[in-house]
Design a protein around this ligand. Structure first.
Ligand code: ADP
Length: 325
């Protein structure tokens, strides 16, 4: 039997370079080799403030972005998490074997609490348990996600181990599938690129002018610093992006310019904008085709989710029986 793969993206906005490099590139590689389910994790989306009226459009946008990026419904299943109710059933069952204190200590929970102090809900605390259920529901072994998800993978593995020891061998211990772009930094100079942080991202559908505009606002220094490239901050982030998109030679040239105190950030940003746009151009074109083909997209969603519910139910039958329910 082929290995199972699972990964998901929240419907909190359009896909950006971070999602693409850290998650989607891994998905593209794995869909050719394994049985994959790639999801729009809408139940995770609603743990932070959101608009119910536009959520449906946001979910559809992620599906369109997935298809435009090259996820092929002939090779993988495209799931919408809330249409497979077994996710929440399994999450509840798994929550009964996992301590609350471990969840309260997770950095991702603490970050979200700080970001939305008036919206600290049970779902937020529950997030890693639901994520464990997402992957274990399909007995996923490989999870293509960015490095920010590392703590959640650890929880997932602990839950799988605990379940197996209490109720008998049932789940694999999933591992993260890493890509070279597992951490794409924010354009703002601090933290990672994220959909929910304005000024941090470049979207996959951005045209060259928009990419140039976004990069223009990215902070730098005076260009007179010299020495080694700093480890963090705006300049470090621009160099990380340069290495990911423009390649080694271009990176080395600008690194030398930096050392020699003759770097011109306008030139670096111009080269970077062109390199990023080169990678994104086919994406925007393909997306337009899928936007126009509503029937095909509807069919993909319908048939994929039917297949997902069947797979999920197989696992749930086994889990309910083993837990004595
Ligand atoms: P966001 O934080 O932008 O809302 P999600 O939480 O929906 O993104 O994450 C979707 C996927 O994209 C996850 O696999 C996550 O690890 C990955 N990802 C998100 N941001 C980045 C980033 N800046 N660099 C690399 N991978 C990222």
């Amino acid at each position: 039997m082929k290995k199972r793969v699972y990964s998901g993206i929240r419907a909190t906005g359009r896909l950006h370079l971070g999602n693409y490099m850290g998650a989607v590139k891994g998905m593209l590689e794995l869909q050719d080799k394994y049985d994959c389910v790639f999801s729009v994790v809408d139940l995770h989306t609603i743990t932070v403030p959101y608009e119910p009226d536009t959520l449906g459009v946001s979910i559809r946008n992620i599906v369109l972005d997935y298809l435009a990026a090259g996820l092929d419904p002939k090779k993988c299943l495209l799931e919408i998490q809330s249409r497979v109710p077994q996710h929440t059933e399994l999450a509840y069952l798994l929550s009964t074997i996992y301590p609350v204190s471990r969840l309260e200590d997770l950095p991702t929970y603490k970050d979200k609490k700080a970001q939305y102090p008036k919206y600290v809900n049970m779902g937020l605390l529950y997030y890693p348990v639901l994520m464990a259920a997402d992957v274990l529901l399909y007995k996923g072994e490989l999870v293509p996600v960015g490095i920010d998800q590392k703590p959640h993978l650890e929880v997932m593995r602990e839950i799988a181990r605990k379940f197996n020891s209490m109720f008998g061998d049932t789940f694999p211990e999933p591992v993260r599938f890493k890509t070279p772009g597992e951490y794409v930094p924010s354009l703002s100079g601090t933290g990672k690129m994220s959909k929910s942080i304005e000024g941090s991202f470049i979207n996959l559908t951005d045209d060259l002018a928009t990419i140039q505009k976004r990069l223009a606002s990215a902070p730098t220094d005076s260009g007179e610093v010299g020495g080694d490239i700093p480890e963090s901050g705006g300049v470090a982030n621009l160099f990380s992006l340069l290495r990911l998109f423009a390649g080694k030679e271009v990176y080395s040239k600008f690194m030398q310019d930096y050392k020699d105190k003759k770097i011109r950030y306008s030139e670096l940003k111009e080269v970077l904008a062109n390199a990023i746009f080169k990678e994104l151009k086919p994406f925007a074109e393909k997306r337009k085709e899928f936007e126009a083909n509503t029937k095909l997209v509807d069919e993909v969603i319908e048939s994929s989710n039917n297949a997902c519910r069947q797979l999920a139910e197989e696992t749930m039958r086994e889990v309910r029986e083993k837990m004595g329910l």
